[in-house]
Design a protein around this ligand. Structure first.
Ligand code: IPM
Ligand code: MG
Length: 364
């Protein structure tokens, strides 16, 4: 039997609860499709700080690199905010992305029909939205140097550096163009080339690559402020949105709300080779942790992305996605999505419904 090694990083806050649900579903779906998943659970984020003093212990990074795929729930909690930046949970996540070479972050946004009225936007604006944010993940202002804090002229000055090498732009642009080819053939590159030198280089490289290798893809450019506006004005105009680390962070949270709840969106982070990292785009929601209130669906959909993109188990992935669709169509909702006439469920009970929906259907 084919067997895969999955490194599990439950992390903080609601992380462990949604990991339990995802694991149950992964076990069930792998049994149905005749392969085996062997888990290696590792501490990460605040959980790792408590256990070892480090947000990303070397043993966790090593286990992630040795896996066939990594599934991360969420990290972070206000109790660590006072620590020096390099000791905080978020630094562990950045270290993991850098350490695994995961420069390409894919954040798909689709509208599940049963949730169309859960969005704060009007039905006619979001109906049919199907877009993909391709975010550069290991460069830009998140990692640029110099950075820090200095005293100058009797004042304190904080600073970071937004910088990209040509090759960093080229490799993420290739990912964007290739995905656009597999989808509707449209790529919109988002930058701030009217103001930033780093963005002008971004635009120049994307145009050069388009001319040399991807002239069949319909390329457009948009300034990030306009893109933020267009995402809520007319999101259907977008297919693949290619953008840098910080702009992608901001635009993907905005795009997530098209779908009704940030609790619905999965993501994949990929490198040139080696295992991918799959995680919901939402955070650790410490305010509702351990209260059985979390929405496990983004985590389950991240597990589906792990199966499809990471392990090439497309049919198993489709089964998980169909289970999510069916449970929502049957009117079951966690608190973040609750609407009149629907049945409210906690995290665990939602997991049970997903499992029942999976078992009740024919395998894909
Ligand atoms: C995300 C998150 C992270 C980021 C944080 C937790 C470091 O917001 O994955 O979008 O800024 O990249
Ligand atoms: Mg973010």
């Amino acid at each position: 039997m084919t067997s895969y090694r999955i490194t599990l990083l439950p992390g903080d806050g609601i992380g462990p609860e949604i990991t339990d649900v995802a694991r149950q579903l992964l076990d069930a779906v792998s049994r149905r499709h005749g392969f085996e998943l062997v888990y290696d659970e590792q501490p990460m984020g605040g959980a790792a700080i408590d256990a070892t003093g480090e947000p990303l212990p070397a043993s966790t990074l090593a286990a992630c690199k040795a896996a066939d795929a990594v599934l991360l729930a969420a990290i972070g909690s206000p109790q660590y905010d006072a620590l020096p930046r390099e000791k905080r949970p978020e630094s562990g996540l950045l270290g993991l992305r850098a350490g695994m070479g995961l420069f390409a972050n894919l954040r798909p946004v689709t509208i599940i029909p049963a949730l169309i009225d859960a969005s704060t936007l009007k039905r006619e604006v979001i109906e049919g939205v199907d877009l993909l944010v391709v975010r550069e993940l290991t460069g830009g202002v998140y990692f640029g140097t110099p950075k820090g804090r200095v005293e100058a002229d009797g004042h304190v000055r904080g600073f970071n550096t937004m910088a990209y090498f040509d090759y960093e732009i080229d490799r993420i642009a290739k990912v964007g163009f290739d995905l656009a080819r597999q989808r509707s053939g449209r790529l919109c590159s988002v930058d701030k080339a009217n103001v930033l030198d780093v963005s002008q280089l971004w635009r120049d490289r994307v145009e050069a690559l388009h001319a040399s290798s991807y002239s069949d893809v319909a390329l457009s450019h948009m300034y990030v402020d306009n893109a933020a506006m267009q995402l809520v004005r007319n999101p259907r105009q977008f297919d693949v949105l290619l953008t840098s680390n910080l702009f992608g962070d901001i635009l993907s949270d905005e795009a997530a709300m098209l779908s009704g709840s940030i609790g619905m969106l999965p993501s994949a982070s990929l490198g040139e080779s080696g295992p991918g990292l799959f995680e919901p785009i939402h955070g650790s929601a410490p305010d509702i942790a351990r209260q059985d209130k979390a929405n496990p669906m983004a985590m389950v959909l991240s597990a589906a992305m792990l199966l499809r993109v990471g392990l090439k188990q497309d049919a198993a992935a489709a089964d998980l996605e169909a289970a999510v669709d069916r449970v929502l169509a049957a009117g079951y909702r966690t608190g973040d999505l609750m609407a009149e006439g629907c049945t409210p469920l906690g995290c665990k009970a939602m997991g049970d419904q997903l499992l029942a929906a999976l078992e009740a259907a024919q395998p894909a």
